[in-house]
Design a protein around this ligand. Structure first.
Ligand SMILES: [Fe+2]
Ligand SMILES: [Fe+2]
Length: 180
């Protein structure tokens, strides 16, 4: 892969955005992989599979942008890989409601994350195509959150504690993946 030099602040910012977004979408895909592995015969399988397929598209898009722009992936990819799967499998093992609560927590963090990126890109007027992509994906993430809420996410035991913990983990992983 050809790594370009990023000199201006904006280019550095965009590089970080794409790196962390690719990582996040990879993590999202792995969360759903984990949930689907546990819930193979569950009646919620198809609902989750549909969201997983969308995450797959998000990931493919960021993979493509990364290659086009010559941006390296985060060194934390294995963490997103294993961490995502374990998070998905663990929550699904508790209950389908806990799996849905996991989706709510992750999507709320991602919504905020994409919203922040939108503001930055809007200000810098740097990459309109990326801005559009992020907005499209953000809206789909919000759909996922709503689907999870409709599927009784809030009825899981310890909903608040569980979602708070998942939000913290996701935020830390996002922060680190921007940098390394
Ligand atoms: Fe996504
Ligand atoms: Fe999502």
């Amino acid at each position: 892969m050809n790594f370009k030099n990023f000199n201006s602040k904006n280019d550095k910012e965009i590089e970080q955005m794409i790196r962390v977004n690719q990582a996040g979408e990879f993590g999202a895909k792995r969360i759903y992989d984990g949930q689907l592995a546990v819930l193979k015969n569950n009646k919620k399988y198809r609902i989750i599979k549909k969201m997983a397929d969308q995450e797959e598209q998000h990931l493919k898009t960021f993979n493509k942008i990364m290659i086009e722009k010559g941006i390296r992936p985060t060194v934390l990819s294995p963490l997103w890989d294993i961490g995502g799967f374990v998070l998905g499998a663990t929550t699904a093992s508790i209950s389908t409601e806990a799996a849905m609560a996991c989706t709510v927590a992750v999507e709320e963090v991602i919504d905020k994350h994409y919203e922040d990126q939108k503001t930055l890109l809007h200000k810098s007027r740097k990459d309109k195509k990326l801005l559009k992509t992020i907005e499209k994906f953000r809206l789909e993430e919000l759909e996922h959150r709503d689907i999870a809420l409709k599927n009784n996410a809030e009825q899981t035991r310890n909903y608040k504690t569980l979602t708070k913990a998942i939000k913290t983990i996701t935020s830390i992983a996002i922060f680190l993946s921007k940098k390394i």
